[in-house]
Design a protein around this ligand. Structure first.
Ligand SMILES: C[S@@+](CC[C@H](N)C(=O)[O-])C[C@H]1O[C@@H](n2cnc3c(N)ncnc32)[C@H](O)[C@@H]1O
Ligand code: SF4
Ligand code: SF4
Length: 339
């Protein structure tokens, strides 16, 4: 068997890796992000995934085969289903059930517009651990504006009522911070505490589904402006204070602190490490293996075993790119070191 660069990196001294500006290969990933579909049912303003024309998605059987492979290779890791809207896949509860039977801890992100009573019952019996529910404000005007469709807030509230009646999954509300919901950041923390949910705040980033442009925020209608920053920083300080008092805010204090700098200069490198390709690995709906969703894939799970791709020269090269990556998407919750 040939020795790939990933294998070599395990045997060389840390000082050599440092001089090569490479982080050591961290063994195996502990968190796998799976985009099960690019299809979506909402026209959000901060995300263009709904505009992607989907092609040949992996089938239920193909995904189960991938989970078997991951279980044999990396053991009981964390799996996160997202998309697009993952619940557009009718087989999501079946995939979840299969993954949890292998010992994975499974989470899913959703816009919560498709969670009928029957669907919630299926999810409840699937073993899903955490449901991240997107809610970009505490009132219909802020949430519906960001999500591009009137009535979305009411659908989320109705879905939460249904999920409240089942024991599992646990709910974590995910709120994207933008310029029109800054005044609701504090209220969201209070409301989620009252309802018995956790909450995670996500800084608005380059429109998802579009290629990266370092000047993206200059033309963004939703990105906070100079005059919004004092209120935003006050709200972040409030979150830091309550984070220390109780555990229902999921973001690390360091991430909340860093968000202040991020909202002042969103495209200036923060010098923080990124998990991409170290503890985290991603798959798209078509079987492409990615070290992060913004860099080109390193291979196709339909053709090549995952451990080969993980240890390949292409992956080691991506890790090098991730090490030098000046972008600030390492601030996003899926990439931030301590969330
Ligand atoms: C791409 S969505 C997929 C799951 C589902 N459709 C949803 O909206 O929750 C995954 C997460 O990315 C967030 N997101 C979308 N566009 C974003 C942006 N431009 N900046 C930061 N987060 C974003 C969503 O709010 C959601 O929490
Ligand atoms: S954020 Fe989620 S709901 Fe909105 S367009 Fe993107 S994938 Fe769809
Ligand atoms: S900061 Fe991390 S997630 Fe973002 S593009 Fe670079 S390597 Fe990928």
């Amino acid at each position: 068997m040939s020795l790939f660069m990933g294998d070599v990196a395990r045997f060389i001294d840390d000082s050599v890796l440092e001089s090569l500006k490479l982080r050591p290969v961290a063994g195996l990933p502990t968190q796998i992000h799976i985009s099960v579909t690019d299809r979506c049912c909402l026209p959000c303003r901060m995300c263009d995934i709904w505009k992607i024309k989907p092609s040949d998605e992996m089938s239920t059987g193909e995904w189960k085969g991938v989970f078997d492979q991951i279980a044999h290779w990396a053991g009981a890791v964390g799996l996160n289903f997202a998309g697009g809207e993952p619940f557009l896949r009718k087989d999501l509860p079946e995939l979840t059930r299969y993954a949890t039977s292998l010992g994975f801890s499974v989470t899913a992100n959703t816009n919560a517009t498709l969670l009928s009573e029957a669907r919630v019952a299926e999810i409840a019996s699937s073993g899903l651990d955490i449901l991240y529910v997107s809610l970009d404000g505490t009132t219909a005007d802020t949430h519906d504006h960001a999500r591009g469709e009137a009535g979305t807030f009411d659908k989320v509230m109705a879905a939460l009522e249904r999920v409240d009646k089942v024991e599992k999954p646990r709910v974590i509300v995910a709120m994207i911070i933008n310029r029109i919901n800054i005044h609701q950041i504090k209220e969201m923390a209070e409301w989620t505490l009252e309802r018995g949910y956790q909450v995670v705040y996500q800084p608005l980033f380059n429109t998802f589904g579009q290629s990266y442009d370092p000047n993206w925020y200059l033309s963004s209608e939703l990105f906070p402006r100079e005059e919004d920053l004092p209120a935003l920083e006050e709200a972040l300080d409030y979150l830091i204070k309550i984070k220390e008092a109780d555990g229902h805010v999921c973001n690390a204090v360091g991430q909340l602190q860093e968000m202040k700098r991020y909202f002042r200069s969103p495209s200036v490198s923060n010098g923080l490490p990124c998990n991409a390709g170290h503890s985290d690995l991603s798959l798209d709906p078509y079987g492409n293996l990615l070290l992060c969703f913004w860099l080109p894939p390193v291979g196709d799970v339909r053709k090549t075993p995952i451990p080969w791709m993980w240890n390949s020269f292409a992956s080691q090269r991506r890790r090098w790119e991730a090490y030098h990556c000046p972008r600030t998407c390492n601030m996003l919750n899926c990439n931030f070191e301590h969330v």
